[in-house]
Design a protein around this ligand. Structure first.
Ligand code: GDD
Ligand code: MN
Length: 382
């Protein structure tokens, strides 16, 4: 592993030399943090006085005017930049792209909402510079750290997630969920091509993606309460976390998105059978119409759940987009159903496979077609 040679600390108060690479790039992901970014910038400037650093805010198209404030802040500073991403959401990819936009030897990530304690950043940087670690993690659980006023429920979820993290990385982290850490550039580069990019957990993603285990150190801090704005963590984060685990465990065989799509397809079978039994019980329509109603309902169910979970980062919104998405989804799945029946019948009748393997093969062809075609026609990435 190469080690950076840049090692120049500027005296406090010195102005930024144009063309000179900062020593530390601080990446700050934002989504609707209007009330926090000014205080955050000033807090970083206080904490890092004497260190040549830059701030890179990565904003996923905030709708609350966050970028207007950032533009004001950038106007009087040479070391503040904004990356504005449109049509995408996701903390992990925001952080990765922010890091990739820099050239300094050391990188750090911190939330924009002042919940992480920026005053430990110099200590983190010192551990990287003295080459004692490749990765320094702000931990709420190591001695001296704390989770502030989190409620018991959230604390329990966090502990369970921490245990599950051991499935995918041998790195000994007391707080693998942390979104607060510093890393050397070579260490980041050793992971970047294997990152899953699923969801929130960029630190865990990095720790599970390097070929060589990283030398990790932890620095304790107290998680502060959010003063303004609201948390973007919701119940769906749990789903994203499971997808990250799945991706790291079997992602080299099947993509996590496909697993999610198949799982939801499986739920669709239950919806289908439920609707079918209800319509039949009502006794108002012949079997064929009951089956058609059940199929349509299952497709609609699958479309909306996939739109919420599988394609969370590209979710279709607005009446027009959702209607067009639903129409293409149902069309693609109808073709998938025809292919499914055709293949199964061909194998059963012409090749004399037993009903079980013929049936399964039909389903497999249908699912792969549905997944591949809807990823192009329904949820194409922009
Ligand atoms: N660019 C971008 N895109 N930023 C985002 C997105 C997104 O989709 N979602 C959230 N953010 C930004 C927020 O604006 C904030 O600056 C930071 O990421 C953390 O989001 P919060 O919504 O405040 O998350 P949290 O406080 O519940 O959890 C955070 O702290 C935990 C403890 O350290 C996250 O960093 C977790 O990953 C971490 O475990
Ligand atoms: Mn927060």
């Amino acid at each position: 592993m190469q080690h950076p040679t840049v090692d120049c600390v500027m005296s406090a108060g010195a102005t930024h030399r144009p063309g000179a690479t900062p020593e530390l790039s601080v990446i700050i992901p934002t989504f609707n943090e209007r009330g926090n970014v000014r205080a955050m910038t000033e807090a970083l400037e206080r904490a890092l006085s004497g260190i040549r650093f830059e701030m890179v805010f990565v904003d996923d198209d905030s709708t609350d005017g966050t970028r207007d404030i950032l533009a004001e802040l950038a106007d009087t500073r040479g070391n503040l930049r904004v990356i504005h991403r449109v049509g995408r959401r996701g903390l992990a990819t925001a952080v990765t792209e922010g890091m990739l936009s820099t050239t300094s030897p050391y990188l750090a990530v911190i939330d924009a909402d002042l919940q992480h304690d920026e005053r430990v950043l110099p200590e983190m940087l010192a551990l990287l510079k003295s080459n004692e670690a490749d990765l320094v993690v702000g931990s709420r659980y190591t001695a001296g750290g704390g989770i502030g006023d989190w409620d018991a429920g959230r604390a329990r979820v966090s502990t369970a997630a921490t245990r599950l993290a051991r499935l995918i990385t041998c790195a000994d982290l007391t707080d693998p969920m942390s979104g607060f850490f510093a890393i050397s550039r070579p260490a980041f580069y050793s992971a970047v091509r294997n990152l899953s990019g699923q969801g929130y957990k960029i630190l865990l993603d990095i720790a599970a993606s390097t070929r060589q285990p990283l030398r990790i150190r932890e620095v304790a801090y107290h998680f502060r309460a959010r003063q303004t704005g609201e948390s973007k963590l919701d119940a769906l984060i749990v789903w994203e976390y499971l997808l990250l685990l799945a991706d790291k465990l079997v992602g080299h065989i099947v993509p996590a998105r496909f697993l999610s799509f198949m799982f939801i397809g499986g739920l669709g079978v239950f919806v289908h059978m439920g609707v079918l039994s209800i319509v039949l019980a009502l006794g108002v329509s012949p079997f064929m119409w009951a089956q058609a109603t059940a199929t349509a309902t299952a497709m609609i169910f699958n479309f909306f759940v996939n739109n919420t979970l599988t394609y969370r980062d590209r979710r279709l919104r607005g009446f027009f987009r959702v209607s067009r998405g639903l129409a293409t989804f149902m069309l693609v799945c109808s073709v998938g159903a025809i292919a499914n029946v055709g293949i199964a019948d061909y194998m059963f009748s012409d090749f004399h496979y037993n009903w079980f393997s013929a049936g399964l093969a039909g389903i497999a062809v249908g699912v792969v077609w549905n997944y591949a075609a809807t990823s192009v026609f329904t949820w194409r990435s922009r």
